[in-house]
Design a protein around this ligand. Structure first.
Ligand code: FAD
Length: 566
Protein backbone atom coordinates (compact mmCIF):
# COMPACT_ATOMS: atom_id res chain seq x y z
CA UNK A 1 0.00 0.00 0.00
CA UNK A 2 0.95 3.65 0.22
CA UNK A 3 3.69 4.32 2.77
CA UNK A 4 2.35 6.06 5.89
CA UNK A 5 4.60 9.15 5.61
CA UNK A 6 3.48 9.79 2.03
CA UNK A 7 -0.15 9.57 3.03
CA UNK A 8 0.48 12.14 5.72
CA UNK A 9 1.99 14.65 3.29
CA UNK A 10 -0.94 14.22 0.91
CA UNK A 11 -3.40 14.91 3.66
CA UNK A 12 -2.27 18.47 4.18
CA UNK A 13 -1.68 21.28 1.78
CA UNK A 14 0.93 23.99 1.38
CA UNK A 15 3.87 24.98 3.55
CA UNK A 16 1.91 24.76 6.78
CA UNK A 17 1.32 21.09 6.05
CA UNK A 18 5.05 20.46 5.94
CA UNK A 19 5.54 22.19 9.28
CA UNK A 20 2.88 19.98 10.77
CA UNK A 21 4.49 16.94 9.10
CA UNK A 22 7.96 17.59 10.49
CA UNK A 23 6.52 18.14 13.97
CA UNK A 24 4.69 14.87 13.71
CA UNK A 25 7.83 13.08 12.48
CA UNK A 26 9.87 14.43 15.38
CA UNK A 27 7.40 12.69 17.68
CA UNK A 28 8.40 9.49 15.87
CA UNK A 29 4.86 8.20 15.36
CA UNK A 30 3.10 10.37 12.81
CA UNK A 31 -0.45 9.41 11.98
CA UNK A 32 -3.12 11.11 9.89
CA UNK A 33 -5.15 11.56 13.05
CA UNK A 34 -2.24 13.38 14.75
CA UNK A 35 -1.83 15.69 11.84
CA UNK A 36 -5.48 16.54 11.53
CA UNK A 37 -5.41 17.46 15.18
CA UNK A 38 -2.43 19.73 14.58
CA UNK A 39 -4.27 21.33 11.72
CA UNK A 40 -7.37 21.80 13.83
CA UNK A 41 -5.23 23.45 16.49
CA UNK A 42 -4.51 26.26 14.04
CA UNK A 43 -6.68 29.12 15.25
CA UNK A 44 -9.26 30.02 12.67
CA UNK A 45 -9.44 33.77 12.10
CA UNK A 46 -12.29 35.14 10.00
CA UNK A 47 -11.84 38.68 8.66
CA UNK A 48 -14.90 40.52 7.35
CA UNK A 49 -14.07 43.29 4.87
CA UNK A 50 -11.24 44.28 2.54
CA UNK A 51 -11.24 48.02 3.19
CA UNK A 52 -8.70 50.09 5.11
CA UNK A 53 -9.00 48.23 8.40
CA UNK A 54 -9.27 44.66 7.03
CA UNK A 55 -6.45 45.08 4.50
CA UNK A 56 -4.11 46.71 6.96
CA UNK A 57 -4.76 43.81 9.37
CA UNK A 58 -4.01 41.25 6.64
CA UNK A 59 -0.89 43.04 5.43
CA UNK A 60 0.58 43.07 8.92
CA UNK A 61 -0.41 39.61 10.13
CA UNK A 62 2.73 37.48 10.12
CA UNK A 63 2.14 34.59 12.47
CA UNK A 64 1.71 31.41 10.38
CA UNK A 65 -0.11 29.65 13.20
CA UNK A 66 -3.39 31.16 12.04
CA UNK A 67 -5.70 29.90 9.36
CA UNK A 68 -7.32 33.03 7.94
CA UNK A 69 -10.55 33.26 5.97
CA UNK A 70 -11.35 36.66 4.44
CA UNK A 71 -14.93 37.39 3.46
CA UNK A 72 -15.85 40.52 1.56
CA UNK A 73 -18.17 41.34 -1.34
CA UNK A 74 -15.35 43.42 -2.83
CA UNK A 75 -12.34 41.49 -4.07
CA UNK A 76 -10.12 44.56 -4.01
CA UNK A 77 -8.88 47.26 -1.69
CA UNK A 78 -9.90 50.79 -2.72
CA UNK A 79 -7.89 53.89 -1.86
CA UNK A 80 -10.91 56.00 -0.84
CA UNK A 81 -9.16 59.40 -0.42
CA UNK A 82 -8.80 59.46 -4.22
CA UNK A 83 -12.46 58.64 -4.94
CA UNK A 84 -13.35 62.32 -5.51
CA UNK A 85 -10.59 62.39 -8.16
CA UNK A 86 -12.27 59.43 -9.89
CA UNK A 87 -15.55 61.37 -10.22
CA UNK A 88 -13.88 63.85 -12.56
CA UNK A 89 -11.60 61.43 -14.36
CA UNK A 90 -8.44 62.92 -12.85
CA UNK A 91 -7.64 59.41 -11.69
CA UNK A 92 -8.94 56.19 -13.25
CA UNK A 93 -10.89 53.72 -11.07
CA UNK A 94 -8.46 50.85 -11.60
CA UNK A 95 -5.56 53.00 -10.47
CA UNK A 96 -6.88 53.13 -6.92
CA UNK A 97 -7.91 49.49 -6.62
CA UNK A 98 -5.57 46.65 -5.63
CA UNK A 99 -6.88 43.07 -5.93
CA UNK A 100 -6.98 41.50 -2.49
CA UNK A 101 -5.55 38.28 -3.90
CA UNK A 102 -2.41 40.23 -4.94
CA UNK A 103 -2.04 41.33 -1.35
CA UNK A 104 -2.59 37.96 0.32
CA UNK A 105 -0.56 35.86 -2.08
CA UNK A 106 2.61 37.53 -0.79
CA UNK A 107 1.90 36.48 2.78
CA UNK A 108 3.47 33.54 4.62
CA UNK A 109 0.24 33.08 6.55
CA UNK A 110 -2.44 30.80 5.10
CA UNK A 111 -5.14 33.21 3.89
CA UNK A 112 -8.18 32.32 1.78
CA UNK A 113 -10.50 34.85 0.25
CA UNK A 114 -14.22 34.34 -0.51
CA UNK A 115 -16.19 36.92 -2.49
CA UNK A 116 -19.30 37.10 -0.35
CA UNK A 117 -21.15 39.28 2.07
CA UNK A 118 -21.62 38.35 5.71
CA UNK A 119 -25.33 38.47 6.43
CA UNK A 120 -25.34 37.29 10.02
CA UNK A 121 -22.86 36.97 12.85
CA UNK A 122 -23.72 34.36 15.47
CA UNK A 123 -21.56 35.58 18.35
CA UNK A 124 -22.55 32.82 20.72
CA UNK A 125 -21.86 29.86 18.41
CA UNK A 126 -18.86 31.54 16.77
CA UNK A 127 -20.21 31.31 13.25
CA UNK A 128 -20.75 33.76 10.40
CA UNK A 129 -23.35 33.23 7.70
CA UNK A 130 -22.48 34.50 4.24
CA UNK A 131 -24.04 35.03 0.83
CA UNK A 132 -21.91 34.97 -2.31
CA UNK A 133 -22.01 37.85 -4.80
CA UNK A 134 -24.37 37.83 -7.72
CA UNK A 135 -22.23 39.41 -10.39
CA UNK A 136 -22.34 36.72 -13.04
CA UNK A 137 -25.87 35.45 -12.55
CA UNK A 138 -24.61 32.01 -13.54
CA UNK A 139 -25.76 30.09 -10.50
CA UNK A 140 -27.47 32.61 -8.28
CA UNK A 141 -26.23 33.37 -4.79
CA UNK A 142 -24.74 30.66 -2.60
CA UNK A 143 -25.25 30.67 1.13
CA UNK A 144 -22.58 29.24 3.43
CA UNK A 145 -21.47 29.34 7.06
CA UNK A 146 -17.94 29.67 8.45
CA UNK A 147 -16.77 28.88 11.99
CA UNK A 148 -14.24 31.04 13.73
CA UNK A 149 -12.03 31.11 16.79
CA UNK A 150 -11.42 34.81 16.34
CA UNK A 151 -13.54 37.19 14.31
CA UNK A 152 -12.21 40.49 12.99
CA UNK A 153 -15.07 42.71 11.87
CA UNK A 154 -14.04 45.46 9.45
CA UNK A 155 -17.15 45.92 7.33
CA UNK A 156 -17.07 49.73 7.30
CA UNK A 157 -20.24 51.79 7.16
CA UNK A 158 -22.95 52.78 4.72
CA UNK A 159 -24.05 56.26 3.65
CA UNK A 160 -26.43 57.90 6.09
CA UNK A 161 -29.67 59.19 4.53
CA UNK A 162 -31.27 60.15 7.87
CA UNK A 163 -34.42 58.55 6.39
CA UNK A 164 -35.09 61.70 4.40
CA UNK A 165 -37.70 60.79 1.77
CA UNK A 166 -36.38 60.31 -1.75
CA UNK A 167 -32.66 60.37 -0.90
CA UNK A 168 -32.09 56.65 -1.47
CA UNK A 169 -33.91 56.66 -4.83
CA UNK A 170 -32.85 60.00 -6.34
CA UNK A 171 -29.35 60.87 -5.18
CA UNK A 172 -25.91 59.42 -5.81
CA UNK A 173 -23.57 58.45 -2.98
CA UNK A 174 -19.81 58.71 -2.99
CA UNK A 175 -18.66 55.71 -1.00
CA UNK A 176 -17.47 53.03 -3.40
CA UNK A 177 -15.50 52.99 -6.66
CA UNK A 178 -18.73 52.17 -8.55
CA UNK A 179 -20.34 55.30 -7.04
CA UNK A 180 -17.52 57.50 -8.32
CA UNK A 181 -17.79 55.95 -11.81
CA UNK A 182 -21.54 56.55 -11.81
CA UNK A 183 -21.09 60.19 -10.84
CA UNK A 184 -18.56 60.76 -13.61
CA UNK A 185 -20.92 59.22 -16.16
CA UNK A 186 -23.93 61.18 -14.89
CA UNK A 187 -22.11 64.53 -15.09
CA UNK A 188 -21.18 63.89 -18.72
CA UNK A 189 -24.68 62.60 -19.55
CA UNK A 190 -26.16 65.79 -18.07
CA UNK A 191 -23.94 67.84 -20.40
CA UNK A 192 -24.80 65.74 -23.44
CA UNK A 193 -28.53 65.97 -22.71
CA UNK A 194 -28.35 69.72 -22.10
CA UNK A 195 -26.62 70.15 -25.47
CA UNK A 196 -29.43 68.47 -27.43
CA UNK A 197 -31.38 70.69 -29.82
CA UNK A 198 -34.96 71.80 -29.04
CA UNK A 199 -34.35 72.27 -25.30
CA UNK A 200 -35.41 75.51 -23.66
CA UNK A 201 -33.14 77.38 -21.27
CA UNK A 202 -35.03 76.19 -18.17
CA UNK A 203 -34.49 72.55 -19.10
CA UNK A 204 -30.78 73.23 -19.69
CA UNK A 205 -30.46 75.00 -16.34
CA UNK A 206 -32.13 72.08 -14.60
CA UNK A 207 -29.85 69.51 -16.22
CA UNK A 208 -26.75 71.51 -15.42
CA UNK A 209 -27.61 72.16 -11.79
CA UNK A 210 -25.30 69.96 -9.70
CA UNK A 211 -26.13 69.75 -6.01
CA UNK A 212 -23.73 68.48 -3.36
CA UNK A 213 -25.24 67.77 0.05
CA UNK A 214 -22.82 67.86 2.98
CA UNK A 215 -19.99 70.31 3.68
CA UNK A 216 -17.62 67.80 5.28
CA UNK A 217 -14.24 66.93 3.72
CA UNK A 218 -15.74 64.55 1.13
CA UNK A 219 -18.54 66.88 -0.04
CA UNK A 220 -16.15 69.83 -0.21
CA UNK A 221 -13.49 67.92 -2.12
CA UNK A 222 -16.06 66.59 -4.55
CA UNK A 223 -17.52 70.08 -5.17
CA UNK A 224 -13.98 71.36 -5.81
CA UNK A 225 -13.21 68.51 -8.23
CA UNK A 226 -16.48 69.07 -10.06
CA UNK A 227 -15.77 72.79 -10.36
CA UNK A 228 -12.30 72.09 -11.82
CA UNK A 229 -13.69 69.53 -14.25
CA UNK A 230 -16.30 72.00 -15.48
CA UNK A 231 -14.01 75.04 -15.56
CA UNK A 232 -10.93 73.39 -17.05
CA UNK A 233 -12.37 70.78 -19.41
CA UNK A 234 -16.12 70.69 -19.99
CA UNK A 235 -16.55 74.45 -20.53
CA UNK A 236 -14.20 74.19 -23.53
CA UNK A 237 -16.08 71.22 -24.95
CA UNK A 238 -19.60 72.61 -24.42
CA UNK A 239 -19.09 76.37 -24.98
CA UNK A 240 -22.72 77.12 -25.83
CA UNK A 241 -24.19 75.76 -22.62
CA UNK A 242 -21.41 76.45 -20.12
CA UNK A 243 -23.20 79.53 -18.76
CA UNK A 244 -26.12 77.41 -17.56
CA UNK A 245 -23.94 75.44 -15.15
CA UNK A 246 -24.50 75.87 -11.43
CA UNK A 247 -22.95 74.01 -8.50
CA UNK A 248 -24.78 74.25 -5.15
CA UNK A 249 -23.18 73.04 -1.93
CA UNK A 250 -25.65 72.54 0.94
CA UNK A 251 -24.59 72.36 4.58
CA UNK A 252 -26.82 72.13 7.64
CA UNK A 253 -24.55 74.00 10.06
CA UNK A 254 -23.21 77.55 9.70
CA UNK A 255 -19.89 76.57 8.11
CA UNK A 256 -18.31 73.97 5.89
CA UNK A 257 -15.31 71.89 7.07
CA UNK A 258 -16.37 72.24 10.70
CA UNK A 259 -13.78 69.81 12.01
CA UNK A 260 -10.92 71.92 10.59
CA UNK A 261 -9.22 75.04 11.93
CA UNK A 262 -11.27 78.23 11.41
CA UNK A 263 -8.62 79.61 9.02
CA UNK A 264 -9.16 76.66 6.70
CA UNK A 265 -12.95 77.00 6.85
CA UNK A 266 -12.73 80.72 6.05
CA UNK A 267 -10.30 80.15 3.17
CA UNK A 268 -12.47 77.39 1.69
CA UNK A 269 -15.67 79.44 1.94
CA UNK A 270 -13.99 82.44 0.31
CA UNK A 271 -12.50 80.36 -2.46
CA UNK A 272 -15.81 78.69 -3.25
CA UNK A 273 -17.54 82.06 -3.44
CA UNK A 274 -14.84 83.33 -5.82
CA UNK A 275 -15.23 80.18 -7.91
CA UNK A 276 -18.97 80.84 -8.24
CA UNK A 277 -20.01 77.80 -6.18
CA UNK A 278 -23.40 78.51 -4.63
CA UNK A 279 -22.63 77.80 -0.98
CA UNK A 280 -25.75 77.53 1.17
CA UNK A 281 -25.02 76.97 4.85
CA UNK A 282 -27.78 76.57 7.46
CA UNK A 283 -29.75 74.60 4.87
CA UNK A 284 -31.32 71.20 5.44
CA UNK A 285 -32.69 68.90 2.78
CA UNK A 286 -36.20 67.72 3.69
CA UNK A 287 -37.27 65.87 0.55
CA UNK A 288 -35.91 64.78 -2.81
CA UNK A 289 -38.23 63.96 -5.70
CA UNK A 290 -37.10 62.83 -9.14
CA UNK A 291 -37.28 66.46 -10.29
CA UNK A 292 -36.71 68.75 -7.30
CA UNK A 293 -34.79 68.97 -4.10
CA UNK A 294 -36.62 70.68 -1.19
CA UNK A 295 -34.42 72.68 1.13
CA UNK A 296 -35.34 74.17 4.48
CA UNK A 297 -33.61 77.33 5.63
CA UNK A 298 -32.94 76.56 9.30
CA UNK A 299 -33.08 80.19 10.50
CA UNK A 300 -36.27 81.31 8.74
CA UNK A 301 -37.92 77.88 8.54
CA UNK A 302 -38.94 78.53 4.93
CA UNK A 303 -38.80 75.69 2.42
CA UNK A 304 -37.80 76.16 -1.20
CA UNK A 305 -37.59 73.66 -4.06
CA UNK A 306 -34.97 73.61 -6.78
CA UNK A 307 -34.83 71.49 -9.93
CA UNK A 308 -31.58 69.57 -10.36
CA UNK A 309 -29.66 67.46 -12.85
CA UNK A 310 -27.64 65.44 -10.32
CA UNK A 311 -27.39 65.30 -6.53
CA UNK A 312 -24.44 63.82 -4.66
CA UNK A 313 -25.28 62.90 -1.08
CA UNK A 314 -22.36 63.03 1.34
CA UNK A 315 -23.65 63.64 4.85
CA UNK A 316 -21.81 61.06 6.89
CA UNK A 317 -22.08 57.40 7.68
CA UNK A 318 -24.58 54.97 9.20
CA UNK A 319 -24.46 51.42 10.54
CA UNK A 320 -24.72 48.36 8.26
CA UNK A 321 -27.68 45.98 8.86
CA UNK A 322 -25.39 43.06 9.81
CA UNK A 323 -23.94 45.21 12.57
CA UNK A 324 -27.34 46.36 13.83
CA UNK A 325 -28.30 42.70 14.12
CA UNK A 326 -25.10 41.85 16.02
CA UNK A 327 -25.57 44.78 18.38
CA UNK A 328 -29.07 43.56 19.24
CA UNK A 329 -27.70 40.06 19.96
CA UNK A 330 -25.06 41.27 22.39
CA UNK A 331 -27.13 43.85 24.25
CA UNK A 332 -25.91 46.94 22.42
CA UNK A 333 -29.21 47.48 20.60
CA UNK A 334 -29.62 50.99 22.00
CA UNK A 335 -26.30 52.20 20.59
CA UNK A 336 -25.70 53.88 17.24
CA UNK A 337 -22.32 52.23 16.58
CA UNK A 338 -20.86 48.99 17.91
CA UNK A 339 -18.75 49.67 21.01
CA UNK A 340 -15.37 48.08 21.64
CA UNK A 341 -12.93 48.38 24.51
CA UNK A 342 -9.49 49.95 24.21
CA UNK A 343 -8.12 46.65 22.83
CA UNK A 344 -10.68 46.74 19.99
CA UNK A 345 -12.56 43.79 21.46
CA UNK A 346 -16.30 43.96 21.10
CA UNK A 347 -17.53 44.71 24.61
CA UNK A 348 -18.41 41.52 26.40
CA UNK A 349 -16.49 39.24 24.03
CA UNK A 350 -12.96 37.87 24.15
CA UNK A 351 -12.83 36.61 20.59
CA UNK A 352 -14.62 39.19 18.45
CA UNK A 353 -12.78 42.33 17.41
CA UNK A 354 -14.17 45.29 15.49
CA UNK A 355 -12.23 48.10 13.85
CA UNK A 356 -12.54 50.93 11.37
CA UNK A 357 -15.77 52.76 10.57
CA UNK A 358 -18.04 49.96 11.85
CA UNK A 359 -17.06 50.38 15.51
CA UNK A 360 -16.02 52.89 18.07
CA UNK A 361 -13.93 52.65 21.22
CA UNK A 362 -16.28 53.27 24.10
CA UNK A 363 -14.71 56.25 25.84
CA UNK A 364 -17.82 56.87 27.90
CA UNK A 365 -16.94 54.29 30.51
CA UNK A 366 -13.69 56.06 31.27
CA UNK A 367 -15.18 57.66 34.39
CA UNK A 368 -16.28 54.28 35.74
CA UNK A 369 -12.81 52.86 35.13
CA UNK A 370 -11.09 55.80 36.74
CA UNK A 371 -13.33 55.58 39.79
CA UNK A 372 -12.42 51.89 40.08
CA UNK A 373 -8.70 52.57 39.70
CA UNK A 374 -8.98 55.09 42.52
CA UNK A 375 -10.96 52.73 44.71
CA UNK A 376 -8.27 50.10 44.31
CA UNK A 377 -5.55 52.58 45.28
CA UNK A 378 -7.57 54.05 48.15
CA UNK A 379 -6.82 51.21 50.56
CA UNK A 380 -8.11 52.92 53.69
CA UNK A 381 -11.37 53.89 51.97
CA UNK A 382 -10.97 57.54 52.90
CA UNK A 383 -11.97 58.93 49.49
CA UNK A 384 -8.57 60.62 49.26
CA UNK A 385 -5.13 59.60 48.03
CA UNK A 386 -1.75 61.01 48.90
CA UNK A 387 -0.01 62.74 46.03
CA UNK A 388 2.43 59.80 45.77
CA UNK A 389 -0.41 57.26 45.49
CA UNK A 390 -2.12 59.63 43.13
CA UNK A 391 0.89 59.74 40.80
CA UNK A 392 0.85 55.93 40.65
CA UNK A 393 -2.82 55.96 39.74
CA UNK A 394 -2.22 58.54 37.04
CA UNK A 395 0.36 56.32 35.40
CA UNK A 396 -2.26 53.59 35.22
CA UNK A 397 -4.90 55.85 33.76
CA UNK A 398 -2.62 57.24 31.09
CA UNK A 399 -1.41 53.75 30.18
CA UNK A 400 -4.96 52.65 29.75
CA UNK A 401 -6.20 55.77 27.99
CA UNK A 402 -3.42 56.86 25.64
CA UNK A 403 -5.83 59.33 24.05
CA UNK A 404 -5.92 61.19 27.34
CA UNK A 405 -2.15 61.38 27.45
CA UNK A 406 -2.06 62.76 23.90
CA UNK A 407 -4.76 65.25 24.79
CA UNK A 408 -2.75 66.50 27.75
CA UNK A 409 0.35 66.81 25.57
CA UNK A 410 -1.60 68.90 23.07
CA UNK A 411 -2.75 71.15 25.90
CA UNK A 412 0.86 71.33 27.10
CA UNK A 413 -0.02 69.66 30.39
CA UNK A 414 2.60 67.14 31.39
CA UNK A 415 0.42 64.93 33.51
CA UNK A 416 -2.99 64.57 35.02
CA UNK A 417 -1.67 66.48 38.05
CA UNK A 418 -1.45 69.50 35.76
CA UNK A 419 -5.04 68.94 34.82
CA UNK A 420 -6.02 68.93 38.45
CA UNK A 421 -3.94 72.06 39.04
CA UNK A 422 -5.64 73.75 36.11
CA UNK A 423 -9.04 73.17 37.62
CA UNK A 424 -8.24 73.43 41.33
CA UNK A 425 -5.22 75.69 41.66
CA UNK A 426 -1.88 74.62 43.07
CA UNK A 427 -1.57 71.33 44.96
CA UNK A 428 1.24 70.61 47.36
CA UNK A 429 3.04 67.36 48.11
CA UNK A 430 1.53 67.13 51.57
CA UNK A 431 -2.03 67.74 50.40
CA UNK A 432 -4.23 64.76 49.78
CA UNK A 433 -6.12 64.51 46.52
CA UNK A 434 -9.87 64.25 46.71
CA UNK A 435 -11.26 61.71 44.28
CA UNK A 436 -14.49 63.55 43.62
CA UNK A 437 -12.65 66.77 42.82
CA UNK A 438 -10.35 64.95 40.48
CA UNK A 439 -13.26 63.32 38.70
CA UNK A 440 -14.93 66.67 38.20
CA UNK A 441 -11.67 68.06 36.79
CA UNK A 442 -11.55 65.13 34.39
CA UNK A 443 -15.14 65.51 33.31
CA UNK A 444 -14.18 68.83 31.79
CA UNK A 445 -11.97 66.97 29.37
CA UNK A 446 -14.58 66.60 26.69
CA UNK A 447 -12.02 64.84 24.53
CA UNK A 448 -12.57 61.75 26.65
CA UNK A 449 -16.16 61.58 25.58
CA UNK A 450 -15.44 61.96 21.90
CA UNK A 451 -15.09 59.10 19.50
CA UNK A 452 -12.16 58.76 17.16
CA UNK A 453 -12.97 60.12 13.70
CA UNK A 454 -14.18 57.67 11.06
CA UNK A 455 -11.15 57.97 8.81
CA UNK A 456 -8.82 55.76 6.84
CA UNK A 457 -6.04 56.85 9.18
CA UNK A 458 -7.78 55.44 12.23
CA UNK A 459 -8.88 52.28 10.39
CA UNK A 460 -5.43 51.45 9.06
CA UNK A 461 -3.67 52.14 12.37
CA UNK A 462 -6.18 49.87 14.10
CA UNK A 463 -5.45 47.15 11.52
CA UNK A 464 -1.71 47.36 12.21
CA UNK A 465 -2.29 47.37 15.98
CA UNK A 466 -4.57 44.34 15.94
CA UNK A 467 -2.27 42.36 13.62
CA UNK A 468 0.62 43.01 16.01
CA UNK A 469 -1.52 41.77 18.90
CA UNK A 470 -2.32 38.60 16.95
CA UNK A 471 1.36 38.16 16.00
CA UNK A 472 2.34 38.33 19.67
CA UNK A 473 -0.62 36.56 21.20
CA UNK A 474 1.35 33.69 22.74
CA UNK A 475 4.32 35.77 23.81
CA UNK A 476 2.12 38.30 25.58
CA UNK A 477 -0.02 35.57 27.11
CA UNK A 478 3.11 34.46 28.98
CA UNK A 479 4.50 37.94 29.63
CA UNK A 480 1.63 40.40 29.66
CA UNK A 481 2.76 43.94 28.90
CA UNK A 482 -0.46 45.94 29.23
CA UNK A 483 -1.74 48.01 32.13
CA UNK A 484 -2.90 46.46 35.40
CA UNK A 485 -6.43 45.08 35.27
CA UNK A 486 -8.91 47.32 37.00
CA UNK A 487 -11.35 44.64 37.96
CA UNK A 488 -9.23 41.59 38.61
CA UNK A 489 -5.62 40.61 39.12
CA UNK A 490 -2.56 40.89 36.92
CA UNK A 491 -1.94 42.80 33.75
CA UNK A 492 -3.69 42.99 30.41
CA UNK A 493 -1.94 41.10 27.65
CA UNK A 494 -1.37 44.12 25.39
CA UNK A 495 -1.08 47.86 25.55
CA UNK A 496 -4.35 49.47 24.48
CA UNK A 497 -4.73 50.95 21.00
CA UNK A 498 -3.14 54.37 20.66
CA UNK A 499 -4.12 56.62 17.76
CA UNK A 500 -1.53 58.95 16.28
CA UNK A 501 -3.09 61.75 14.32
CA UNK A 502 -0.89 62.58 11.35
CA UNK A 503 -2.94 65.51 10.08
CA UNK A 504 -5.71 65.94 7.57
CA UNK A 505 -5.99 67.40 4.07
CA UNK A 506 -8.82 69.29 2.43
CA UNK A 507 -8.23 69.68 -1.32
CA UNK A 508 -10.05 72.81 -2.50
CA UNK A 509 -9.51 72.73 -6.26
CA UNK A 510 -7.43 74.94 -8.56
CA UNK A 511 -4.31 73.08 -7.39
CA UNK A 512 -4.79 74.39 -3.85
CA UNK A 513 -5.10 72.29 -0.72
CA UNK A 514 -5.48 73.04 2.96
CA UNK A 515 -3.77 70.88 5.56
CA UNK A 516 -4.10 70.72 9.30
CA UNK A 517 -1.07 68.97 10.67
CA UNK A 518 -0.29 67.79 14.21
CA UNK A 519 0.20 70.59 16.70
CA UNK A 520 -2.57 72.53 14.92
CA UNK A 521 -0.14 73.61 12.23
CA UNK A 522 -2.11 74.96 9.27
CA UNK A 523 -0.88 75.20 5.72
CA UNK A 524 -2.93 76.33 2.73
CA UNK A 525 -2.18 76.86 -0.94
CA UNK A 526 -0.32 75.53 -3.96
CA UNK A 527 2.67 74.23 -2.00
CA UNK A 528 0.31 72.18 0.20
CA UNK A 529 -1.13 70.68 -2.97
CA UNK A 530 2.35 69.31 -3.73
CA UNK A 531 2.54 67.92 -0.22
CA UNK A 532 -0.84 66.27 -0.89
CA UNK A 533 0.48 64.72 -4.13
CA UNK A 534 3.53 63.30 -2.39
CA UNK A 535 1.67 61.98 0.66
CA UNK A 536 -1.01 60.27 -1.41
CA UNK A 537 1.54 58.82 -3.81
CA UNK A 538 3.52 57.41 -0.90
CA UNK A 539 0.46 56.02 0.88
CA UNK A 540 -0.58 53.82 -2.05
CA UNK A 541 -0.97 50.19 -1.09
CA UNK A 542 1.33 48.83 -3.85
CA UNK A 543 3.96 49.99 -6.34
CA UNK A 544 1.53 49.10 -9.12
CA UNK A 545 -1.21 51.50 -7.93
CA UNK A 546 1.43 54.12 -7.09
CA UNK A 547 2.70 54.04 -10.68
CA UNK A 548 -0.85 54.14 -12.06
CA UNK A 549 -1.95 57.07 -9.90
CA UNK A 550 1.15 59.14 -10.68
CA UNK A 551 0.79 58.47 -14.40
CA UNK A 552 -2.90 59.51 -14.19
CA UNK A 553 -1.87 62.82 -12.63
CA UNK A 554 0.72 63.35 -15.39
CA UNK A 555 -1.83 62.46 -18.08
CA UNK A 556 -4.24 65.01 -16.64
CA UNK A 557 -1.54 67.72 -16.57
CA UNK A 558 -0.64 67.08 -20.21
CA UNK A 559 -3.95 66.16 -21.89
CA UNK A 560 -6.66 67.30 -19.47
CA UNK A 561 -9.49 65.06 -18.27
CA UNK A 562 -11.33 62.66 -20.54
CA UNK A 563 -14.99 63.59 -21.19
CA UNK A 564 -16.25 60.42 -22.87
CA UNK A 565 -19.20 58.82 -21.07
CA UNK A 566 -17.54 55.38 -20.90
P1 FAD B 1 -14.10 50.41 4.33
O1 FAD B 1 -12.81 50.91 3.82
O2 FAD B 1 -15.36 51.04 3.85
O3 FAD B 1 -14.16 48.86 4.05
C1 FAD B 1 -15.25 48.06 4.38
C2 FAD B 1 -15.09 46.71 3.72
O4 FAD B 1 -16.09 45.82 4.20
C3 FAD B 1 -15.26 46.75 2.21
O5 FAD B 1 -14.33 45.88 1.63
C4 FAD B 1 -16.67 46.24 2.00
O6 FAD B 1 -16.86 45.66 0.74
C5 FAD B 1 -16.75 45.20 3.10
N1 FAD B 1 -18.08 44.84 3.54
C6 FAD B 1 -19.19 45.61 3.58
N2 FAD B 1 -20.23 44.90 4.05
C7 FAD B 1 -19.78 43.67 4.32
C8 FAD B 1 -20.37 42.48 4.83
N3 FAD B 1 -21.65 42.44 5.16
N4 FAD B 1 -19.60 41.38 4.96
C9 FAD B 1 -18.28 41.40 4.63
N5 FAD B 1 -17.67 42.50 4.15
C10 FAD B 1 -18.41 43.61 4.01
N6 FAD B 1 -10.27 58.99 5.33
C11 FAD B 1 -9.08 59.61 5.53
O7 FAD B 1 -8.43 59.34 6.53
N7 FAD B 1 -8.60 60.51 4.62
C12 FAD B 1 -9.28 60.84 3.50
O8 FAD B 1 -8.83 61.65 2.70
C13 FAD B 1 -10.53 60.20 3.25
N8 FAD B 1 -11.23 60.49 2.14
C14 FAD B 1 -12.40 59.82 1.89
C15 FAD B 1 -13.09 60.06 0.70
C16 FAD B 1 -14.26 59.39 0.41
C17 FAD B 1 -14.99 59.67 -0.84
C18 FAD B 1 -14.76 58.44 1.34
C19 FAD B 1 -16.02 57.70 1.05
C20 FAD B 1 -14.08 58.20 2.53
C21 FAD B 1 -12.91 58.88 2.81
N9 FAD B 1 -12.20 58.65 4.00
C22 FAD B 1 -11.00 59.26 4.22
C23 FAD B 1 -12.74 57.76 5.03
C24 FAD B 1 -12.21 56.36 4.87
O9 FAD B 1 -12.40 55.89 3.58
C25 FAD B 1 -12.91 55.43 5.84
O10 FAD B 1 -12.80 55.91 7.13
C26 FAD B 1 -12.29 54.04 5.74
O11 FAD B 1 -12.58 53.49 4.47
C27 FAD B 1 -12.80 53.11 6.82
O12 FAD B 1 -12.20 51.87 6.65
P2 FAD B 1 -12.98 50.52 6.96
O13 FAD B 1 -12.02 49.42 6.69
O14 FAD B 1 -13.61 50.62 8.28
O15 FAD B 1 -14.17 50.50 5.91
Amino acid sequence: GIPKALLVVCAVSGGAGFVAYSEAVSNNTPTVADLTETQIKKKRVVVLGTGWAGTSFLKNLNDPSYDVQVISPRNYFAFTPLLPSVTSGTVEPRSIAEPIRNIIRKKKVEIHYSEAECIKIDAQNKKVYCLSNDKTNLKGREEFAVDFDYLVIAVGARPNTFNIPGVEENTLFLKEVEDAQKIRKTVIECFEKADLPNLDDEARKKLLHFVVVGGGPTGVEFAAQLHDFLAEDLSKLYPTIKDFVKITLLEGTDHILNMFDKRITAFAEDKFKRDGINLRTGSMVVNVSDKDISIKDIKSGSISSEPYGMIVWSTGIGTRPVMIDLMKQIGQGNRRVLATDEWLRVEGSDTIYALGDCATINQRKVMEDIADIFKKADKDNSGTLTVKEFQEVLKDICERYPQLELYLKNKQMHSLVDLLKASKGDIKESVEVDIEEFKSALSQVDMLMKNLPATAQVASQQGVYLANCFNRMEECQKNPEGPLRIRGEGRHRFHPFRYRHLGQFAPLGGEQTAAQLPGDWVSIGHSTQWLWYSVYASKQVSWRTRALVVSDWLRRFIFGRDSSSL
